[in-house]
Design a binder for this molecule. Structure first.
Ligand code: SAH
Ligand code: SF4
Ligand code: F3S
Length: 430
């Protein structure tokens, strides 16, 4: 039987698209290979959010070139956000002529058809911007318990640093009933945690109250399960969504609310459309409804013209909010974006210094928070078990490991936190 291997580089959206590519390949009769080395088709499902993401892809292409030299019959395909970025498909074609298929974000559902073309001796480049969603394709999900479901595609926000609106097009919301049916079907199949995906879920179908209506509709099924969603945009997150979260056990007590910076001057340059104090007000509003809510965020350091004082405002905000989890990034220039043309790009030494301080700050806050959770009991969905150690997440998105026996795999269990090691929560099942 022929085998495939998919290398995935991007966000959850991208991970889920790899599950759809896998579904298409299974339908064609392929099965999973263990690695690129024993695959008959190798796909790279790429990301271009930061330069580092692209560097990883280009590095791996060097290794794949060697495989192709040894086994010229292997089909190599590159897809996702990177080839969709202006000029990149041409660059890849020139630099890596061994690639058989180059497809952008809009045309991935045609993979099956393009494999036929390659088998009859052609090379394919398709980055046509036709906003064709990957819907009605078979999905081969990586987990039997947790699942991603798209609710919208694209983004209208044009944050000045971000490439996503250029490679994913304008916002398109998925049909309400299609989403409800997909989630119902997953829950009937035994899935326990569904994560709804969109670049800005709060603007589903144009904005409030459509997203809270959707959450309500998704919380009416029988059985124990939880719904998570990402990403929320602080300018669009409204109280009706938080009310539904608070009044409904099926909606997880977790929200990812990227702030990006604590400086109003930088937020304005970023085109984020809120101030640091408006952001803090939203956090307070959420906590007034859901005191034990888990909140995470993204912060970028070294945006053009960011001064030490601007940076310190991000630190100040992090100290005020005390996030459960913080994803930190060094600003990366993306050609075609507004920020790329701004003066005062920050040198790498300053950026590295700032990110190191921010990581250290969050580590200390995370550690203090984690210690304060000792003695608490959480309902955890056991996602993996390895050598008797179970691993899973709480409704508020805390990662917890605990002693476990095989029959709790895929089940909800109560875990009491007993210790913290390297900021990791460890507990016992009770
Ligand atoms: N739609 C989501 C996710 C966007 S990408 C959102 O709005 O939050 C995830 C994160 O990558 C962003 O939140 C941002 O912090 C980071 N990011 C985006 N563009 C970047 C860039 N050019 N350089 C560094 N980090 C970037
Ligand atoms: Fe990028 Fe901003 Fe859209 Fe998020 S909301 S995808 S950061 S443009
Ligand atoms: Fe996601 Fe990266 Fe594309 S973050 S939307 S895979 S650029």
């Amino acid at each position: 039987m022929k085998k495939f291997f998919i290398n995935t580089y991007g966000c959850q959206m991208n991970v889920h698209e790899s599950e759809k590519l896998a579904g298409i390949l299974y339908k064609r009769g392929y099965i999973h290979a263990r690695s690129n080395d024993d695959a008959d088709i190798i796909l790279l499902n790429t990301c271009c959010i930061r330069e580092t993401a692209e560097t990883r892809v280009l590095g791996n292409l060097g290794m794949i070139k060697k495989i192709k030299e040894k086994r010229p019959e292997v089909i190599v395909g590159i897809c996702g956000c990177m080839p969709q970025k202006s000029g990149t498909a041409d660059m890849l074609k020139k630099r890596c002529p061994f690639i058989d298929i180059i497809i952008g974000t809009y045309n991935m559902s045609k993979l099956d058809f393009y494999i036929d073309a390659v088998e009859s001796g052609r090379k394919i480049v398709d980055i046509w911007e036709n906003e064709q969603e990957m819907e009605n394709v078979p999905i081969y999900r990586d987990s039997k318990f947790t699942a991603y479901v798209n609710i919208m595609y694209g983004c209208n926000n044009f944050c000045s640093y971000c490439i996503v609106p250029y490679v994913r097009g304008r916002e398109r919301s998925r049909d309400f009933n299609d989403i409800v049916n997909e989630v119902r079907d997953l829950i009937e199949k035994g899935y326990k945690e569904i994560t709804l995906l969109g670049q800005n879920v709060n603007s589903y179908k144009g904005g409030s109250p459509e997203f809270s209506k959707l959450l309500k509709a998704l919380s009416n099924f029988d059985g124990e399960y939880r719904i998570k969603f990402m990403t929320s945009h602080p300018k669009d997150l409204t109280e009706d969504v938080v009310e539904v979260m608070a009044s409904n056990d099926k909606i997880a007590n977790y929200i990812h609310l990227p702030v990006q910076s604590g400086s109003d001057r930088i937020l304005k340059l970023m085109n984020r459309k809120y101030t640091a104090s408006e952001y803090i007000e939203k956090i307070n509003m959420i906590r007034s409804y859901i005191p034990n809510v888990g909140i995470s965020s993204d912060i970028m350091v070294g945006f053009p013209s960011e001064t030490e004082d601007d940076y310190l405002r991000s630190e100040e905000l992090v100290k005020k909010v005390r996030y459960n989890n913080l994803f930190t990034f060094i600003y990366s220039r993306r050609s075609g974006t507004v920020a790329d043309k701004m003066n005062d790009q920050i040198d790498i030494k300053t950026k590295t210094d700032r990110i190191e301080r921010l990581i250290k700050l969050q580590f200390d806050i995370g550690n203090e928070l984690a210690k304060s959770f000792i003695g608490n009991t959480y309902r955890v969905l056991c996602e993996h078990i390895n050598d008797g150690i179970g691993y899973g997440k709480s409704s508020c998105d805390k990662s917890i490991s605990f002693n476990a026996n095989a029959n709790v795999l895929g089940e909800f269990v109560n875990v009491r936190i007993t210790e913290v090691k390297n900021n990791k929560l460890i507990g016992v099942m009770i």
